[in-house]
Design a protein around this ligand. Structure first.
Ligand code: THU
Length: 133
């Protein structure tokens, strides 16, 4: 099975646990790290709407909690024509990725598109660029 297919199946399973009673838009995400491990996340909403977290954020938290920090590929999956990580999540992904890191988008059946992170977020906020101010 290809790594993209493994990510697809992992995100599909994680999406089944999504907690999205408010938007009813369930999302799953899966990260392949450079060490070859997979971490998953799903969106977790809250009655106080801004407290909700995206699937990608959950997968990143699981990865970091396990001591890993290098995203090789990430996949986000939802019942949608073409889901892409939100801007907030692109910045979170960028913290642990490179410009060439692949970001796959999938619907419930297959991967729809694969983009390089830099094509989705050409510029990132980085402390190195702020001169420490
Ligand atoms: N959502 C994600 O989990 N990931 C994305 O990339 C886009 C949006 C979630 C947040 C919220 O729970 C629901 O989808 C609707 O916006």
């Amino acid at each position: 099975m290809s790594t993209a297919e493994q990510l697809f199946q992992s995100a599909q399973k994680a999406r089944e646990n999504a907690y999205a009673p408010y938007s009813r838009f369930e999302v799953g995400a899966a990260i392949l790290t450079t060490s070859g491990k997979i971490y998953v996340g799903c969106n977790v909403e809250n009655a106080s709407y801004p407290c909700g977290t995206c699937a990608e954020a959950g997968a990143i938290a699981a990865m970091v909690a396990s001591g890993e920090r290098q995203i090789a590929e990430i996949l986000v999956l939802a019942e949608a024509e073409h889901i892409l990580p939100c801007g907030n999540c692109l910045q979170k992904i960028a913290e642990f990725a490179t410009p060439n890191t692949l970001v796959h988008s999938a619907d419930l059946h297959h991967i729809i598109a694969s983009h390089r992170l830099t094509d989705l977020l050409p510029q990132i906020f980085s402390l190195e660029k702020t001169d420490g101010k």
